[in-house]
Ligand binder design. Structure first.
Ligand code: ASP
Length: 597
């Protein structure tokens, strides 16, 4: 076998004159006729030009080379020389070429259904690329992405090992726990009629590892959630998951913040600086979302107190509403220069846009040197001075206003803010804006279920000064949860946990779990909490999303070697698929399909 002396990306002008052997895939070939042919040979590292030349060369080798086609796998050995033709500045090896003296064809490839070519890839339907994933992954871009991912996991292992974390694996076959998403389930052959569930996260195991005295745990793990299809989700995704003992939230945030800093520094050479911090309430009030994109300069302001004397029906009606203990409100966004930049067509579109968030529409007015103009100008004019002061209005601006329930108006303007930011190109795509969001409410009120639901998960502790509110005011009780947000995307989330059984029981009760249910579902946790649980907390970094940011893709499938389609299919192995009758019978089962309407 011709064994390589270099990878295809390695040869340089300084190697000219030496004997070099390369292994790889035929990326392109050009037969110039008269016994002269060029091949670009590719491996994980790059491309190198190989020349087969009858003149001074071996006729038998040239003959065989003429039959080479794209994606054949070969070995070549010969003398490296400075290119006879012009150098190719686009290639690291662009100054040299290998004059082949020996050729070994490891494997002829069938005519490839797709080519691992960046330009081609854009034109090929993603389904086809997923079916022939082994060819698609040969693309330099895909190689770069998966290598970046590997760099991140190595960094994680190094960083956390240096900080005293132990890497510990938690089981994949566990039991179904409620709360959160739907579980993937596996029949238990040895316990007929019983089921395992696949973990949605190692949450309880990592907490129990703290009870077990490991102090600092890390795992790069798979999490499985049987959720309905969504463009940016995979049923099976990866987390960098950690947990620490004898800590408060500052310790966990410092540890994870340090990791984020190391990743951005090492992978992108970017210094993220000190990570800003904001309460959930402030994030919602100013940006209408719990993961604000701080690159976008637009902000939401509440003007309810200013316009409450207005006779305008829309304002009146909104301010009279209440939901979940919150009064309806009137909120506004100032769009600098909007009078000119926002066309009538755009603002009409915005009314349609916000309707998907269940509000009636968005009211618009321009602000000129003479006061408000167009749209709902006449309803704003009486409050001009106060509005100018609150919103910082200047001549030439526009205001966008939504009047509704607090949560509806917040959501609608939060989304509209992002849309206007995109439409007007207000976001600098090269910037990175990191943010910790803290002081989340412990609970959300579920109107349908008529009960509280944990905003993070039910193992999250209240903030140290909030314990009393668990009983007196659950809706106002703030949690010790924290999310790390970058450019409007939540990349990590965690919390200080409840480490006392009495508190855990209270929270279970609040979310409507009877003592009996809690014992059946979480008895092992409650028991662990009774046997010496240290104060502890942790966080999980979404690995897939992290890599998406680092390599600049919005497609989660790009950062996973063998991803699933939106509907959960693996097109390469054709999963999910049927199983043998026998396999089903072994589990003591019979499948009867229920007809779906
Ligand atoms: N287990 C949580 C999650 O998967 C993360 C954490 O609280 O550490 O979102």
């Amino acid at each position: 076998m011709i064994k390589r002396t270099h990878t295809c990306g390695q040869p340089r002008a300084t190697d000219a004159g030496s004997t070099v052997a390369l292994n790889g895939w035929v990326n392109t070939y050009r037969d110039q006729g008269r016994g002269l042919l060029f091949i670009d040979l590719r491996d994980r590292d790059g491309l190198c030009q190989v020349v087969f030349d009858l003149e001074g060369g071996n006729p038998e080798v040239v003959q065989r080379a003429r039959a080479l086609r794209r994606e054949d796998v070969i070995g070549v050995r010969g003398t490296l020389r400075k290119r006879a033709g012009d150098p190719n500045p686009k290639l690291a090896t662009g100054e040299v070429e290998l004059v082949a003296e020996e050729l070994e064809i490891f494997n002829k490839a069938e005519n490839p259904p797709i080519l691992p070519d960046e330009h081609e890839a854009e034109k090929i339907a993603e389904e086809v690329r997923l079916k022939y994933r082994y060819i698609d992954l040969r693309r330099p871009r895909m190689q770069h992405i998966l290598r970046t991912r590997s760099k991140v996991t190595k960094l994680a292992r190094d960083y956390f090992a240096q900080n005293g974390f132990a890497e510990i694996e938690t089981p994949l076959l566990i039991k179904s726990t409620p709360e959160g998403a739907r579980d993937f389930i596996v029949p238990a052959r040895l316990h007929q009629g019983m089921w395992y569930a696949l973990p949605q996260s190692p949450q309880l195991f990592k907490q129990i590892l703290m009870v077990a005295g490991f102090d600092r745990y890390i795992q790069i793990c798979k999490c499985l959630r049987d959720e309905d299809p969504r463009a940016d989700r995979q049923a099976e995704f990866s987390q960098i998951d950690l947990e620490m003992s004898f800590v408060d939230r500052e310790d966990v945030m410092a540890m994870m913040g340090g990791f984020a800093r190391a990743v951005w520094q090492d992978v992108l050479g970017y210094d993220i600086g000190t990570i800003q911090r904001m309460t959930w309430q402030e994030a919602m009030d100013r940006f209408g979302i719990d993961r604000p994109d701080l690159r976008n300069p637009l902000e939401i302001r509440d003007v309810s107190d200013i316009v409450k004397a207005s006779e305008f029906q829309v304002f009146q009606q909104a301010l009279a509403k209440t939901r979940a203990g919150r009064q309806g409100c009137v909120k506004a966004i100032r769009v600098p220069g909007g009078a000119e930049k926002l066309t009538r067509k755009m603002t009409d579109g915005y009314t349609e846009f916000v309707k998907q968030f269940k509000t009636g529409g968005v009211a618009v007015a321009k602000f000129t040197a003479n006061g408000f103009d167009t749209g709902i100008a006449k309803h704003l004019e009486p409050f001009k001075d106060a509005l100018v002061a609150r919103l910082g209005l200047q001549a030439g601006d526009s205001v966008l206003i939504v009047a509704d329930f607090w949560d509806t108006a917040t959501k609608a303007l939060g989304e509209l803010r992002l849309k206007v930011g995109r439409d007007l190109g207000l976001v600098d795509e090269k910037e990175w804006r990191f943010l910790w969001v803290v002081d989340f409410p412990m609970f959300d009120w579920d109107d349908e279920g008529k009960r509280w639901v944990a905003m993070h998960h039910p193992f999250t502790s209240p903030n140290p000064d909030q314990f009393d509110f668990l009983e007196s005011n659950p809706g106002g009780c703030l949690s010790a949860g924290y999310d790390l947000v970058v450019n409007g995307s939540e990349i990590a989330g965690g919390s200080i946990r409840i480490h006392r059984m009495d508190v855990q029981e209270k929270v279970f009760k609040l979310i409507g779990l009877t003592q009996e249910d809690a014992e059946i579902k979480f008895g092992f946790l409650l028991s662990a909490l009774r046997h010496g649980a240290p104060p502890h907390g942790g966080i999980a970094f979404g690995l897939d999303r992290l890599v998406m940011h680092l390599v600049g893709t919005e497609n989660i499938r790009d950062v996973i070697a063998f991803p699933k389609t939106q509907s959960g299919g693996d097109l390469m192995i054709d999963a999910p698929g049927p199983i043998d009758e026998q396999q089903i019978a072994d589990c003591g089962m019979k499948v009867t399909m229920i007809e779906r309407k």
